[in-house]
Design a protein around this ligand. Structure first.
Ligand code: SF4
Ligand code: SF4
Length: 132
């Protein structure tokens, strides 16, 4: 395919990315985000996630039987076993969203949510450690 054909095809495709949350770039992004969190500034709605999307992991602590299968299968070593409580905690900053822990859990207490805005300056922040 010639370059011209590729360019023409690209022109007709819908954008694959979401618009920036504000219509025009704000002078201060942090001030804009603060206003948006208080619902005093309209934001561009995020693109809906497709079915089966693998976002931030969720953990139903009460259902967990402490079998450690998730710990053993996790390729990113994102799941830590807490021996005294016979429960786990998950470090989201290490997770590669493969969903293998969900598949192996015998009681179905792990799941992938549609939450994907996970960036943080602190990889050990409360938001990024799932304890159920
Ligand atoms: S989704 Fe994959 S990387 Fe993330 S905690 Fe589960 S097994 Fe580990
Ligand atoms: S596989 Fe499920 S039941 Fe077993 S320790 Fe992990 S979360 Fe708990």
């Amino acid at each position: 395919m010639t370059i011209l054909k590729v360019l023409l095809r690209q022109l007709l495709l819908r954008p694959a990315t979401n618009c920036f949350p504000a219509k025009h770039a704000p002078k201060s992004v942090s001030a804009f985000l603060a206003r948006a969190s208080k619902d005093t500034h309209a934001v561009t709605p995020p693109v809906p996630v497709p079915p089966g999307f693998r976002g931030k992991i969720a953990y139903e602590r009460d259902k967990c039987i402490g079998c450690q299968l998730c710990v053993k299968i996790c390729p990113a070593r994102a799941i830590e076993f807490l021996p005294e409580e016979k429960k786990v905690r998950i470090f989201v900053a290490r997770c590669c969203f493969c969903s293998q822990c969900n598949d192996v859990c015998p009681v179905g207490c792990l799941s992938m949510t549609d939450e994907f805005l996970l960036s943080s300056y602190d990889k050990y922040s409360e938001d990024l450690i799932v304890t159920g």
